[in-house]
Design a protein around this ligand. Structure first.
Ligand SMILES: C[S@@+](CC[C@H](N)C(=O)[O-])C[C@H]1O[C@@H](n2cnc3c(N)ncnc32)[C@H](O)[C@@H]1O
Length: 236
């Protein structure tokens, strides 16, 4: 890997686009440390943390950081989640390439994140709705969200910040987040989510649970209306 010449790919580029200029990011579950290396070598941030729970990824991260001459600027840790990240010395937290439930579990063990000075940049590989629900319940407001396409698969990238005045949310927001149906990739994700809600409704109907069947069917319909441009869910 040569400094400043490698490309991140759309998924990690989506994450990088939410990192604030001049701030200090921590990449949790960094694996090869591509993202922190790219952010520092592009001059977007002065330095960064790269942390992973497993030894092997950290060995690979260290090799890549050394090759790029960034050992003074990218600090690595072998740790679970945010365990060794110094709260006073970090601004933006990136957690990408993990399941939504794992990301929520990592966030929930760092109470110090409940502070508007931090920005969370989250890219769940699955169960994005569970992650959004965790965020809303804990007063993290989703400021922006974008759908990106890499190798034919669509991913969502969530940018959230703590806001202690944020409390009320509509059930449908858990499935929509800040994805806009006018965006082609976002529409595809939303359509897929509506299909999941429809299957859940059908599953409850088969089990003889009309209450839940009705609930998920109504959510699916709201999502379908939104994706097809018939109604916006926040004005209906
Ligand atoms: C699929 S890789 C994603 C790498 C990179 N973030 C990306 O998005 O391309 C997931 C990484 O997360 C690490 N990981 C999983 N659970 C973790 C946890 N609780 N704390 C820190 N790292 C974790 C794994 O060891 C692995 O290196």
């Amino acid at each position: 890997m040569e400094e400043k010449t490698f490309s991140l790919g759309a998924r990690l580029e989506g994450c990088a686009s939410f990192v604030r200029n001049g701030k200090v990011p921590a990449d949790i579950g960094t694996d090869h440390a591509y993202l922190p290396i790219w952010l520092v070598s592009s001059g977007i941030v002065p330095r960064a943390f790269a942390s992973d729970i497993n030894e092997e990824p950290i060995k690979s991260a260290k090799r890549n950081i050394e090759k790029c001459g960034l050992s003074e600027k990218v600090t690595t840790f072998t740790a679970n989640g945010l365990d060794l990240i110094p709260p006073d010395d970090v601004d933006d937290i990136i957690i990408a390439g993990m399941g939504g439930d794992n990301i929520a579990a990592i966030l929930s063990s760092a109470e110090w994140l409940k502070n508007p000075r931090y920005r969370l940049i989250l890219q769940p590989m699955s169960r994005a709705s569970n992650l959004r629900e965790y965020l809303y319940r804990n007063r993290f407001e989703i400021k922006e969200e974008k759908a990106v396409c890499e190798a034919g698969r669509i991913y969502t990238v969530i940018c959230a910040e703590y806001n202690d005045t944020f409390s009320e949310y509509d059930d449908i927001q858990v499935y929509v987040g800040k994805l806009y149906s006018a965006d082609r990739h976002a529409a595809e994700l939303l359509r897929k989510q509506a299909g999941i809600l429809r299957s859940m409704a059908d599953g409850y109907a088969v089990k003889g649970d009309p209450e839940n069947s009705g609930k998920y069917s109504a959510l699916a319909e709201r999502l379908e209306n939104y994706v097809d441009g018939r109604k916006t869910w926040w004005q209906e």
